[in-house]
Design a protein around this ligand. Structure first.
Ligand SMILES: Nc1ncnc2c1ncn2[C@@H]1O[C@H](COP(=O)(O)OP(=O)(O)OP(=O)(O)O)[C@@H](O)[C@H]1O
Ligand SMILES: [Mg+2]
Length: 315
């Protein structure tokens, strides 16, 4: 499912480089510029990803990122928020998540305290009771927070495939019009929508309706040179030689039939661990000692140990 190697985007003229565009200083003007500021933030995006993000940002469309485990889906939203100077609002999805946890809840504890403090006369007074369902007692959850923050925020809806169907349908509704109705308070609408990044590990297929609303991008494992660069950006202390050897070995691991193939996160971890223990030395023995950084399943460990000589040779 990996993408073929692509030439470095900086080598090609940038078709989004249009001098006739009105100048907006609050967001990058070209795909290249966006890739550049992401790089400054420590994230290396290939041309396809940078383009999807640029279009999403410019045309206010949500972006759906699918891909292997540990290839930088969540990280790109975090780095985007940092480099754009926006607030990161994260909605972590899980089985059984419901609308209360995503939108808002009433602060029952404070409401109870307030009720106790009411005198008998006040309890009979509608206005005093109405206040109990006012903004003071409203607990914002990520979606409401994001609607309120508008384009000052990056909304990360992480691992949406873990949520169930009904929740996905509800998300679709929120993403359609960025407004939330609270019966006791009224409708809250985003002036300009936040940048929305959804991620999925494809533990189940998402619905077409949700996909249709989003720009879709698949993040595969990066080509070897890019992965070496990612290791060096994330772990500047690691030598180029060690990074190259580790990336070569990880790529061989990915060719084995592992239950949990290593992602970029594991490559970085392995390089960091080896560097900590002994610099550039990437012997079979050193690899065997540090496999825990990169292989996280018992059966996988056995398979890898049986092929370790081959995995660590060359690079
Ligand atoms: N293109 C990249 N540039 C810089 N760092 C990267 C890149 N891709 C991955 N990483 C590194 O890999 C780590 C793991 O990435 P992240 O957690 O975003 O993966 P993920 O795709 O969300 O994984 P999961 O599916 O497990 O949630 C990040 O902390 C980051 O250090
Ligand atoms: Mg993630």
């Amino acid at each position: 499912m990996d993408r073929p190697d692509r030439p470095d985007p900086t080598d090609r003229p940038d078709p989004t480089d249009r001098p006739d565009r009105p100048d907006r200083t609050d967001r990058p003007q070209t795909v290249g510029q966006l890739a550049g500021i992401l790089r400054q933030g420590g994230y290396l995006a290939d041309r396809g990803l940078a383009t999807a993000l640029f279009v999403g940002l410019s045309l206010q469309r949500p972006i759906l990122l699918e891909g292997e485990v540990g290839v930088g889906k969540t990280e790109v939203a975090k780095v985007l928020a940092t480099v754009l100077g926006r607030r990161l609002i994260r909605l972590q999805c899980y089985e059984g998540i419901d609308t209360n946890q995503a939108l808002y809840e009433w602060d029952y504890a404070r409401q109870m305290l307030a009720i106790r403090a009411l005198s008998e006369r006040q309890v009979a007074d509608d206005e005093a009771v109405d206040k109990l369902f006012g903004p003071r007692y409203l607990l914002e959850r990520p979606l409401l927070e994001a609607v309120r923050a508008g384009d000052q925020a990056v909304l990360l809806i992480d691992e949406v495939d873990r949520a169930d169907d009904e929740f996905e349908a509800f998300l679709l509704e929120v993403l359609s019009d960025f407004q939330i109705s609270i019966p006791e308070i009224g409708t809250i609408r985003a002036q300009t929508p936040p940048l929305v990044v959804l991620t999925s590990n494809r533990t189940r297929e998402l619905h077409d309706a949700l996909k249709r609303r989003c720009l879709y991008h698949w993040i595969g494992y990066p080509p070897a040179e890019r992965e070496v660069e990612i290791v060096l950006v994330r772990e500047p202390g690691v030598s180029h030689t060690l990074a190259r050897k580790v990336v070569a070995a990880v790529n061989r691991l990915r060719e084995l039939d592992l239950a949990k193939p290593p992602g970029v996160a594991e490559t970085i971890d392995w390089a960091r661990t080896l560097d900590f223990l002994g610099g550039d030395d990437f012997t079979t023995a050193a690899a065997a000692d540090t496999l825990g950084a990169v292989v996280k399943e018992r059966d996988d460990l056995e398979l890898v140990r049986d092929n370790l000589e081959e995995i660590t040779s060359g690079g």
